[in-house]
Design a protein around this ligand. Structure first.
Ligand SMILES: [Zn+2]
Length: 221
């Protein structure tokens, strides 16, 4: 089994660079174990976590693990936090997916890294992000994304300009695997979410997950 959490503003700001003690306290309030968080750069590098907290602060945009109790975390404002899980092999993944990372192949790289840990049947959950109706997007970049992931990524904003449907791109990149939508738009729900793009907010939400809780060693002495 795996547990996921997608935080809202009321849980607090997970932006890295403020008071580290406060941040650690906030993290432990969500999952009380060392977090593998990443210095996200809109790339496609994936780290494989072999003990809780390994690779914390690494420059990467995704993490995978088969270790129970290792927390994998992604920080976002408008990009999509995607949590992936294979319940048979018990392999977990977490990816930070904006349009650059999507085009860079971060999801395909995450699936490959999970497969190396034995995953064969991956399901994904996409967290809160900027929705197509709020995500005005340049025509040239939209053509680029559509060329790779199909015309389903083409959408319109509420005000009638070209828009990118990131979730459609994620579904295409995951090639028919099940993708649950957690819901929520960071741009038009200012009471619940921060948006870098819509309001220039510096705050970040956390998406975090862990495989079935580690229950401790049995004392046989
Ligand atoms: Zn919106």
């Amino acid at each position: 089994m795996a547990r996921f959490a997608f935080t809202t503003r009321e849980i607090g700001d997970f932006h890295v660079g403020g008071d580290p003690v406060d941040l650690e306290h906030r993290r432990r309030g969500v999952f009380d174990a060392p977090w593998t968080w990443l210095r996200q750069v809109h790339g496609a590098r994936v780290v494989t976590v072999t003990e809780p907290g390994e690779h914390a602060g690494a420059e990467a945009d995704a993490a995978v693990t088969a270790v129970p109790g290792a927390v994998l975390a992604i920080h976002t404002a408008d990009c999509v936090p995607v949590m992936l899980h294979d319940r048979r092999a018990e392999v977990l993944g977490a990816a930070h997916v904006g349009w650059r990372g999507l085009l860079g192949g971060v999801l395909e790289a995450t699936v490959d890294a999970m497969a190396r840990l034995g995953a064969t049947d991956i399901r994904a959950t996409a967290g809160p992000h900027i929705r197509a109706r709020c995500y005005e997007f340049g025509a040239a970049e939209l053509d680029e994304v559509a060329a790779r992931y199909g015309d389903d990524v083409r959408a319109q904003t509420a005000w009638g300009t070209p828009a990118l449907d990131l979730l459609a791109g994620i579904r295409a990149a995951l090639g028919g695997r099940s993708v649950d939508d957690f819901g929520g738009c960071t741009a038009c729900e200012p009471g619940r979410y921060w948006s870098h793009r819509a309001r220039g907010d510096a705050g970040r939400h956390a998406a975090a997950g862990e495989l079935g809780a580690f229950l401790g060693w049995e004392d046989v002495a």
